[in-house]
Design a protein around this ligand. Sequence first.
Ligand code: NAP
Ligand code: GLV
Length: 299
Amino acid sequence: MTILLATSFEPDERAQWLALLRERLPGESITDRREGGDAAHVDIALVANPPRGALAGLPGLRLIQSLWAGVDRLLADPTVPADVPLARMVDAAMNEAMAETALWAVLALQRDFFDYAAQQRHAHWLHRPQRRADETRVVVLGAGQMGGTVRRRLEANGYPVRAWSSREGAWPQVLHGADIVINLLPLTPATRGLLNAHAFAALPRGASLVNLARGAHVVEADLLAALDLGPLRHAVLDVFDVEPLPADHPYWSHPQVTVLPHVAAQTDARSAADVVAAQVRAVRAGAPLRHLVDRRRGY
Ligand code: NAP
Ligand code: GLV
């Protein structure tokens, strides 16, 4: 049987993945090329932004393992077989990377460090009132792998945190009183466009948004209006509707927006290859697979 690596990685990153996987799975046939008659032997596909059609015509496919945590793009691609189990990446190292990004953003917002950086660009010496962590109320949307880790890391640093999941609390009342909202929801039909004018209106004046999940959670025009007219003070955005973010997009130069190029929690090939290897061994042993996506819920 063959394991197919189907990604849009640059050649260096693909070579790194192949080397890490071959080291962990000696005896497995692992390739990043689909060639002629080989398609019939592929039973596991490892995917990260695979080119459209890369998983079509693989009759023996038994598992699609995403190298990304979010599977929204895969579920939206009609050429990805809908009847093959799909697992998403769950890696403690990735959760911790996300928690680092969230902690950086929350600290910078609490202590006005984005404003001080802007002041420096204008040689402007000005003291701002200093807020404490314990009076900075954080709401985390999503209480799963990422949201749960972010919550623990923020609480350990003294922030009062409320986490919101599909099981808890009414929308948008959960946003009442939040100084900082961190979005870590999966992108599904239920969450697309959730961060809109209606949601922003539930926030107190001076609140900030940190979007680390997917761009399409946010209605861009509503976010820009909430920044320009209130109640939002600042937005830290790692993800966008169109990526890379077009050079003429207003976010790039907006004084209340901090842009990251989708790096909040990148897959770490070293630890993620261990996760993949364990999953492949489970397939070979007929053991239960981990972190399967519920296609009905979309995550
Ligand atoms: P996860 O473990 O599946 O957690 C998802 C959480 O969202 C769960 O708590 C779930 O609630 C909640 N949820 C789902 N739909 C909801 C709804 N309609 N209303 C309220 N809560 C809802 O996912 P994860 O591993 O934490 O990842 C979350 C997302 O982060 C990914 O889908 C991806 O888009 C994004 N991400 C971004 C980056 C980056 O670098 N920017 C990196 C990795 C991941 P239940 O527990 O009740 O089901
Ligand atoms: C990155 O955005 C991921 O979903 O892993």
